[in-house]
Ligand binder design. Structure first.
Ligand SMILES: Cc1cc2nc3c(=O)[nH]c(=O)nc-3n(C[C@H](O)[C@H](O)[C@H](O)COP(=O)(O)OP(=O)(O)OC[C@H]3O[C@@H](n4cnc5c(N)ncnc54)[C@H](O)[C@@H]3O)c2cc1C
Length: 466
């Protein structure tokens, strides 16, 4: 009898799950059976790259969006090769300083998967299954995945690549508002967005990239009405600009000790850079490869301090808008069609069939009111797994196979991405990659981080299975 063929189940087939499958196909020496499960059938695209609107562009330059860490030009070459069929790639310069549509990137990832399956030939089988995984049981002989349709599937290893979850409803949102049919709890719920009329007034919770996305989406649908966006600090993402490469200024082996020293060091570098005519963006980009090391080097108190005080500033400088989108947002603000407000929501209710908010302005002074026909919640993905209401998450927590990380940024994981259970022990056979690893690495939501994670993890798994 031949050796048993290892079965690997990947739950979620967005960029993370797909790249894990691709890397496993490249690295597994012998036969294997890989099954990709995706509840939306978004193989290769996931939530981020399923956008149909061509004006939804990547918020990362083409040069940093290759599927392969060791081949930075891979996406650029694909764009050039596919220029005639995809459109929009003609202007991509060799530097890769360009922002193509997210749909184009989704098509690229689909192609990368197709090519990896073809290259692997009959050795490895890849199945793509449209199914919602709702539970996992671990036994000494293997794992068993329960699917929403009642079926179950056996696997030797399970990787959770479940991506981001919709935002939590902020506490001051009254049940009457949340259940009014005019509160869009999930900004990616296209059917809800379809109901907004072109002259309605829209209130948005959040002023980050998701809010920007929503505005772009509404305009593409012919929306003409006023938009009010509110967040605690009212900060908008900064715009990308063409920058010069900046020399590394932090030494991985001798990183500044503690958050205060680190912040001072970065501020000093930004000042020095400015005095030499260089932009702060270049300094931020130079830190990029070290961000995970910097996070790991911080103790838990400093991580909490960072989340409480610095995160909003980090987010708007790190996660930037494509320049053309930034210009559009500026134009809408200048025309008074988009207003941003800084403050905390104090109360909410329904008045005359419309939604009313009051908020306490950050600058102080009396409470202010906003009235609209719709509220779209763009407060950022819910990361606290204890509050996520998906059957798979609830069952993993209830059975003790998983627990949230101490800062409620994702799942608690070992450095090799194995889940840690309720009792603090690694859960055999079960792993998570991509956004759920935020607590471990902080930055693990963008393509450059995820592609590296998938390559490293699959090399380890392939060695283990060999
Ligand atoms: C709108 C948006 C734009 C972005 N733009 C960029 C960008 O320009 N550049 C960049 O680097 N990063 C960007 N990101 C970050 C993005 O998170 C990563 O690039 C990457 O797409 C994450 O992929 P993922 O597969 O982990 O998650 P997702 O794309 O969220 O995919 C997860 C998939 O898992 C499926 N799933 C979840 N639970 C289950 C289950 N129980 N059973 C079956 N299937 C399940 C979901 O249906 C989904 O298809 C963006 C994110 C968003 C939301």
């Amino acid at each position: 009898m031949g050796a048993k063929v290892p079965r690997i189940a990947i739950v979620g087939a967005g960029f993370t799950g797909t790249m894990l499958a691709v890397q496993l196909l490249r690295k597994l020496a012998g036969p294997a059976k890989i099954t990709l499960f995706d509840r939306r059938g978004a193989f290769g695209r996931g939530l981020a790259y399923s956008a149909r609107n061509p004006r939804h562009v990547l918020n990362v330059r083409v040069t940093n969006m290759s599927a392969f860490d060791e081949d930075a030009q891979h996406f650029i070459r694909w764009l050039w090769a596919n220029d005639s069929v995809r459109g929009g790639a003609a202007g991509v310069p060799p530097s890769g300083h360009a922002f193509v549509s997210r749909a184009t990137f989704g098509a690229y990832v689909e192609d990368v998967l197709r090519a990896a399956i073809a290259e692997a030939g009959p050795r490895a089988r890849v199945a793509q299954r449209v199914a919602d995984a709702v539970g996992i049981a671990i036994a000494p002989g293997g794992a068993r995945l329960a699917l929403a349709d009642g079926a179950s599937v056996e696997a030797d290893r399970v990787a959770l690549c479940v991506g981001n979850f919709p935002p939590a409803t902020p506490a001051p949102i009254a049940p009457a508002v949340a259940e009014s049919g005019r509160f869009v709890a999930d900004p990616w719920d296209e059917e809800a967005i379809d109901r907004i009329r072109s002259d309605d007034t829209v209130l948005v919770i959040g002023t980050g990239l998701t809010m920007v996305d929503m505005v772009v989406d509404l305009l593409a649908r012919g929306f003409q009405g006023p938009i009010h966006a509110l967040s605690r600090r009212g900060l908008l993402p900064q715009a990308h600009e063409l920058t010069r490469t900046y020399p590394p200024f932090l030494d991985r082996e001798r990183l500044p000790r503690g958050l205060l020293a680190l912040t001072r060091r970065i501020r000093r570098e930004v000042r020095d850079a400015a005095s030499r005519g260089q932009d702060w963006r270049s300094v931020m980009d130079a830190i990029r490869p070290l961000v995970q090391d910097l996070w790991i080097a911080l103790d838990e108190d400093d991580r909490r301090r960072f989340l409480r005080h610095l995160r909003p500033y980090w987010d708007v400088h790190r996660h930037r808008m494509a320049p053309e989108i930034a210009r559009e947002i500026e134009r809408l603000r200048a025309e008074g069609r988009l207003s941003t407000h800084a403050g905390r929501i104090a109360s909410s209710g329904i008045e005359g069939g419309r939604i009313k908010f009051t908020f306490r302005p950050r600058a102080g002074g009396a409470e202010r009111g906003l009235v609209g026909d719709w509220v779209i919640n763009c407060a950022g993905p819910e990361t606290d797994y204890a509050r996520i209401r998906h059957p798979l998450v609830s069952s993993l927590l209830a059975s003790g196979l998983a627990r949230p990380d101490p800062l409620a940024l994702g799942l608690d994981l070992t450095p090799s991405f194995q889940l840690i259970g309720r009792e603090g022990r690694p859960t055999p056979r079960l792993y998570a990659l991509g956004p759920p690893t935020r607590g471990l690495l902080w930055e693990s939501t963008a393509v450059p981080d995820i592609r590296k994670q998938c390559a490293q993890f699959s090399a380890r798994l392939a060695a283990e299975l060999a």
